[in-house]
Ligand binder design. Structure first.
Ligand SMILES: *[C@@H]1O[C@H](CO)[C@@H](O)[C@H](O)[C@H]1NC(C)=O
Ligand SMILES: *[C@@H]1O[C@H](CO)[C@@H](O)[C@H](O)[C@H]1NC(C)=O
Ligand SMILES: *[C@@H]1O[C@H](CO)[C@@H](O)[C@H](O)[C@H]1NC(C)=O
Length: 409
């Protein structure tokens, strides 16, 4: 496994150097690994909530289900993944059992907090963590682990690469020793070009992980320094905006930096970001804003509209303004302005991913899509679109239909 990874990586680097610039057309020729043997991926992050408990997760919607989040712990005698709460444990039992209905489903645990105490410590500590983490993942029946450190500092960049390499070696050794399929190793990549440049050694990371998800959302969120309306996650960058503030721009950037396209997922949000407009009649893109939007109609989140929130606003007369050329949409009503994703933008993103032979999509998050058919487009309509375009509906063939449709409620 490590040998083929390295060979592949070296090839990619040579080809990149020969080709120079990575235009859209040359991408396909560069990625000898496409299509991946396991096919394109639909990676769904999920956190159980009151609205969306673990027992409502359908087994066939995604190829990969990532539980968010666990953490690294150094409080016990040996570094380890933090012991689960009762609630986490029962959610993990439910999620890992979905493989009985869908044997090709992979269930991973994502880790977010606690990296600084392990990464960058001595090699022995990282090795101990890796061994304990592998045992932990096996104990709770996971198929792999997703690293979601937000974010290493520039001085932690090389240690993070080293840490991932140790995880890879430890995972491969265990698989070799036990004869089990190797655990999967994935990571989340920042939406920020500046952070990626300073804190991520993409070729080194690519040689260790199975796949990576670019968190291509939150490009514009209200703050004192960003106090005009803007898209949360446009497919293409609007003219005049910072060039890397779009999903396609960051995906192409990561590929150019050395992430093989077939290993990369475009992040797609099932939520939008809301603003309070300075004036109700100034509701254009780039309009002055006074703050985040007020609590959303369904989930009552400040500054955030999940897909059911957007649907509820539209039902109550909000005006939606789509941009087909940018793969983006916003809505406004009174002084509330929301940049969100709908069936059209998700379709455009998935089609772009397939056309560019990118490895798939990663959705943040399953629990923010419309479970209860409040939009009138069926259960989990945005994930259904991703499933249809990216997975081609294949995982569902010969299997029972998706659970959780409105008729089940
Ligand atoms: C790591 O954590 C798991 C789960 O809490 C536990 O079973 C295991 O014994 C721990 N490993 C070590 C070396 O303490
Ligand atoms: C796997 O195990 C065999 C036999 O113990 C050994 O020869 C081989 O080097 C191991 N490979 C890896 C990648 O650890
Ligand atoms: C936005 O920020 C700029 C710079 O701080 C400030 O001059 C302007 O008044 C702010 N606009 C609004 C609507 O608050």
């Amino acid at each position: 496994m490590p040998v083929t990874r390295w060979t592949h990586c070296v090839l990619i680097i040579i080809i990149l150097q020969l080709c120079g610039n990575t235009g859209g057309e040359t991408l396909k020729a560069q990625d000898a690994g496409y299509p991946p043997k396991s096919g394109p991926k639909l990676v769904c992050y999920f956190t159980p909530t009151q609205r969306f408990p673990a027992d409502r997760v359908p087994s066939e919607a995604c190829s990969h289900l990532i539980y968010a989040f666990g953490s690294l712990s150094t409080s016990a005698s040996e570094p380890n993944i933090t012991a689960p709460s009762q609630g986490q444990r029962s959610a993990w039992t439910i999620l890992t059992a979905l493989r009985r209905e869908n044997p090709s489903l992979k269930v991973l645990l994502s880790l977010q907090q606690g990296f600084p105490d392990v990464v960058g410590a001595d090699l022995l500590k990282m090795q101990k963590f890796a061994v304990n983490a592998v045992n932990y993942l096996r104990k709770y029946g996971f198929d792999g682990v997703d690293m979601d450190w937000e974010f290493p500092s520039p001085s932690e960049r090389d240690a993070y690469s080293k840490f991932l390499a140790i995880m890879r070696t430890t995972i491969d050794k265990e698989a070799n020793a036990t004869g089990k399929a190797a655990l999967l190793l994935s990571l989340a990549l920042p939406n920020s070009h500046a952070i990626a440049e300073r804190s991520y050694d993409i070729p080194a990371i690519a040689s260790s992980v199975d796949f990576a998800t670019a968190m291509t959302y939150d490009f514009h969120v209200y703050s004192k320094g960003d106090n005009v309306t803007g898209y949360n996650s446009p497919l293409f960058t609007p003219g005049g905006d910072y060039p890397f503030y779009s999903a396609s721009a960051m995906v192409l950037y990561y590929i150019k930096r050395g992430m093989p396209a077939h290993m990369l997922m475009m992040g797609i949000p099932t939520y939008g970001r809301s603003w309070t407009l300075a004036r109700p009649d100034y509701h254009f893109l780039g309009a002055p804003a006074l703050g985040k939007g007020p609590p959303s109609p369904v989930t009552h989140l400040k500054g955030v509209y999940t897909y059911p929130d957007a649907c509820a606003a539209l039902k109550k007369g909000a005006v939606s303004v789509p941009s087909t050329s940018l793969g983006a949409v916003y809505l406004y009503q009174g002084t509330t302005w929301v940049a969100y994703d709908d069936s059209n933008t998700v379709t455009a993103k998935c089609k772009w991913v397939m056309k560019e032979q990118v490895g798939g999509v990663g959705v943040w998050a399953m629990h923010l899509d419309d479970l209860n058919n409040e939009c009138g487009q069926g259960s989990l309509p945005l994930i259904q679109i991703m499933n249809k375009i990216v997975l081609g509906g294949r995982p569902r063939e010969g299997r029972p239909p998706l659970r959780g449709h409105s008729t089940d409620l």
